[in-house]
Design a protein around this ligand. Sequence first.
Ligand code: M6R
Length: 620
Amino acid sequence: MNVMCGIVGIASNFMEDRSIGVLLKEALLRLEYRGYDSAGIATIYNNKLYIKKDKGTIKEIHRKINFDDLLGNCGIGHTRWATHGSPNLINAHPHCDCNDRIAVVHNGIIENFYELKNKLISKGHVFKSETDTEVIPHLIESHLKGRVRRSSVEEAIEKTIRELKGTYAIVVIYVGLPDTIFCVRNENPLVIGINSNAIYCASDITAFLPMTNKVLMLNNNEIATITSNRIEINNTNLEETDINDRKIVRISWTPEMAQKGGRPHFMQKEIHEQPIAISNTLKIDWNKILKFGEYIHNTPPGNIYITAAGTSYHAALAGKYMFTKIANTQIHPVISSEFREYIGNTLNNDSLLIAISQSGETADTINAIDFAKQQGAKIISITNVLGSNITRKSDYFIYTQAGPEIGVAATKTFSVQLTSLALCSLGLAELNGSLLNNEILEFKNRLNNIPMIIKNFISSKEEKVRIIANKYYQNKNFLFLGRGVNYPTALEGALKLKEISYLHAEGYAAGESKHGPIAMIEKDYPVIFVAAPDETYDKILGNVMEMKARGAKIFSIIQENDQTIKTLSDDFIEIPRNIDLPFSPIVYIVPLQLFSYYVAIKCGYDPDKPRNLAKSVTVP
Ligand code: M6R
């Protein structure tokens, strides 16, 4: 199974003057954050299929077998994140049929692959790998009869997908059609990019961004047949869809936005991009914020839920506090993978689900949305990727303005999610009158200062955070504590450290610490406090003292000149004043992002490619 993975296909009219291998390799490098345990490319040249693939990162494989000399006008590529079938040469994509005439790359899960594989084996098909993907080229092969034309490959693909259960994005080439790629998707992402001498398809836009920003979205169960200058899209009944009225979207992201910009890692670059990302998000049209707020305002109390996974869930949880404090409105946060069991059949036409997702492709969140929709709930969402599954499933959405985020650890997308939620809470306060107009204006003005506050903070404090990280990196366990709206900040700080440094870090509500976690504390056990001076301050001060009394090493994130906690702390980072406390996570998270980044560096890990993780988790 290949559940995250990056896939790409190119149909070009370059003829033989430019190596398609170079283009596919470069596109794969831009998709590598989706998975990086093996990779491969297939092209068609002189009526023969050429495949190069192996275990390892794209650079490692390229050094060994050189992708650049692969020729042809079209080809496909894959970078893998394996969950089933070890990452090795045999299991790497592309996969072929018995006669090496069909090559396939796939992102998703074919749930009924055992059954299909056994059926195909009984008919004489020979399998080489342990993957589910390999059933696809064999099924296509089994449906290809007689003289092969474009239409017969389309028909064979259509018959194949009727047999598949599960989710997929698939790109196919056939040796007899050296200028054509075929692609189809069901729930997993696949977008088409168009420029004058080539057409691309890929798991996401960044793969072809240096070549084109003109994008066409492929819907579920549509088969696209692509040559260098033509796209034909059929539905699964092979009825042609008129694409003339289908909107070609021009993406505003530039190729530079998806480069490291002179920094060693995307993660560091993306932490530094937060001021601009927040500033752009603050420019979202106020009418859009109000429209989003209207969905909430028009929902009867008690019927509003917010769901997300990972970092986005932490933003959702902080959003819950913001909505309570700023707009006096209750929303129920639910982790998306728990949504179905937690909510059961208690939703109805009066329910509203707010979904938060950077990628807009997270399977758990999509499942929560589908489940809520089945019960009649309305869906509104906040995502960073236009045209993603979640935006398309939503009745209304807000598009955050972070630009592409390549580092697997979410940083700038977290701060823009928080910023959007802050704006939405203010929009809702305007609609339900819980704040006066001049109060809302003052909140907005202070929000507008946050980009500059973060910019100055990073330039003056990054080195101090690095020095602190170098002091702590040898600890194996960390406790992160926060209260109120900064409880989610503590959770997020712990998640960042876990995912890129592989150190055990627990985020906890500080009040809960004495109900168990305090038993772990012994001399020099590191406890990291997020201690903003809000109404929870006195209580968190008590928690600091409890930990100190038991010998913990205290690292605190405090407001500047907080002498009390400063004197109790072994290390501290001061955050400037004049930040509205319900919105303080937008700033208080920054030192924790930098801390995890520098701990990972000191431990010798690549923070952009944490082990076992991938950027988009497209498996439930
Ligand atoms: O794309 P999404 O925001 O829906 O992704 C949700 C999580 O998979 C994601 O936030 C994950 O936890 C990040 N790696 C955290 O840095």
